[in-house]
Design a binder for this molecule. Structure first.
Ligand code: ADP
Length: 440
């Protein structure tokens, strides 16, 4: 209410009271006149209040003009009417925004489901209805875990660890695979995005099969080529039909065929790591003897470079897992340490045990790795410096193999390094891999 209207209302009221007092004075009863004026004002106010209530209780209040009135009550009616108009406009805007959000999410091919803090279904788009078999309005307000009965979904939903998506078969089609992503918003409400990943998974399987098949098919021709090259090199000499200039070329060809054989072997191993189950050695793996033989191979690789390779591991450690896979992972780490450490450098291999499990640490004082490369080192064919690793004869798959082997054993690989000072690769094993630890 403006200052002007406030003062005019007070003026009107004073006028009424003054008139009552004046009239009363004319009849010699000023207080009676004043009381009649006040009483009339009171009765009039009650009538206005009743009008206001009638108007507010009318369902069409927002569209209906307010009742006619003057003075204070006129101002009250007009203010309420203005507020209602504004409120109506905001509500209309909000409804339009909600409508547009619903229209756009309805057009999405991914399912969108809103779940309230009681885990009841609030709203879903048509794609969610098709992917999950939800029916409107029957399923509205139903608990989501009553509708999606896969125990993996119930665990995922209840545990609330939504950093990773969940993939399970569709409840309406066994051949389809669905991916669930949940985000918490507001006070315990959940936004669930459901995506059909059947095609993506099929493509992934096709990719893995393709790599495995190509690698497998390349193995035989490569063995033949490498075999002939070896025979030719063995027969090179003064009595040979081949001119001596061929020696350099044959040596290069043998080197490259060996590189390709290593590459194919690593690709096949990676394919196996991705698809098949790990073969757990029934008698466990005697870690110390495995590491001892890897150290000997490492010394052979070092050759003239004469790295100082040291090993610290108790004789009685027995790991549970696949010996073939673990040997491959540890060899990769030790050979890398030798390859990326200059002449005379140190390579330390240690086994450490704690309550949480065990750690195999391979540390060197070699060239080190720039921190920016560390997060990407376990990607296939990721190389910091192409020329450097080609010189070392690596395949670019070594650390990818180590990472996969560790994941299959429930463990993980961590890398820390200082450029120019050296690197530390740690294989963390969970307690369950040490179940077979025995003191013989
Ligand atoms: P590669 O066959 O090229 O060695 P890896 O997957 O084994 O492939 O290693 C990836 C990259 O990580 C290597 O190209 C190399 O640059 C770096 N790297 C691995 N181990 C070490 C190490 N001990 N010291 C320094 N750099 C390393």
């Amino acid at each position: 209410m403006t200052t002007f209207s406030k003062s005019s209302i007070i003026r009107q009221l004073l006028l009424l009271l003054g008139a009552g007092l004046l009239l009363g004075s004319l009849f010699g009863k000023p207080f009676l006149g004043l009381s009649i004026a006040m009483g009339s004002y009171f009765i009039w106010s009650i009538r206005q209040l009743i009008k206001l209530l009638d108007w507010l209780n009318d369902p069409k209040t927002s569209s209906k003009e307010p009742p006619e009135s003057t003075g204070l009550w006129g101002e009250v009616f007009d203010s309420i009417y203005r507020m209602q108009k504004n409120h109506g406009r905001s509500r209309q805007k909000l409804t339009m925004v909600i409508q547009r959000i619903q229209e756009s999410t309805s057009a999405l091919s991914d399912g969108v489901v809103l779940i309230d803090h009681n885990h009841s279904l609030e709203w879903w788009n048509p794609s969610a209805a098709a992917l999950l078999g939800l029916q409107s309005p029957d399923d509205q307000g139903q608990n989501i875990t009553n509708l999606l009965r896969d125990p993996r979904f119930a665990d995922y939903f209840e545990l609330g660890r939504y950093q990773k998506a969940l993939e399970i078969p569709s409840p309406v089609n066994d051949d389809a695979q669905l991916q669930f992503n949940i985000t918490i918003y507001g006070k315990g409400n959940r936004l669930m995005i459901v995506r059909d990943v059947t095609r993506l998974n099929q493509l992934e399987v096709m990719r893995k099969d393709f790599v495995a098949n190509v690698s497998h098919e390349l193995r035989t021709p490569l063995t033949v080529v490498a075999g002939y090259l070896e025979t030719m090199l063995d027969n090179l000499g003064p009595d040979s039909d081949l001119p001596p200039v061929w020696e350099k070329a044959l040596n290069r060809m043998q080197e490259q065929s060996l590189r390709m054989q290593n590459l194919v072997a690593d690709l096949l191993l990676l394919s196996k790591l991705e698809s098949a189950e790990a073969n757990v050695d029934p008698n466990g793996i005697h870690l110390s003897s495995m590491l001892q033989s890897i150290v000997e191979d490492g010394r052979a690789l070092s050759g003239e470079n004469q790295h100082q390779i040291s090993l610290k591991c108790d004789d009685d450690i027995v790991l549970s897992g696949s010996g073939h896979e673990l040997r491959s992972a540890f060899s990769n780490l030790v050979f890398n340490a030798v390859r990326y450490t200059p002449l005379g450098g140190k390579v330390k291999i240690r086994w450490k045990q704690s309550k949480e499990g065990g750690r195999l640490i391979v540390e060197d004082n070699g060239v080190g790795i720039d921190p920016q490369h560390i997060p990407r080192l376990t990607e296939r064919f990721y190389r910091i410096d192409k020329s450097r690793s080609q010189n070392t004869g690596g395949t670019g798959l070594g650390l990818a193999i180590v990472k996969h082997v560790m994941l299959r054993h429930g463990g993980r690989l961590t890398i820390s390094s200082h450029p120019g000072k050296g690197s530390k690769f740690v294989c963390h094993f969970p307690d369950r891999c040490l179940e077979l630890v025995v003191a013989e």
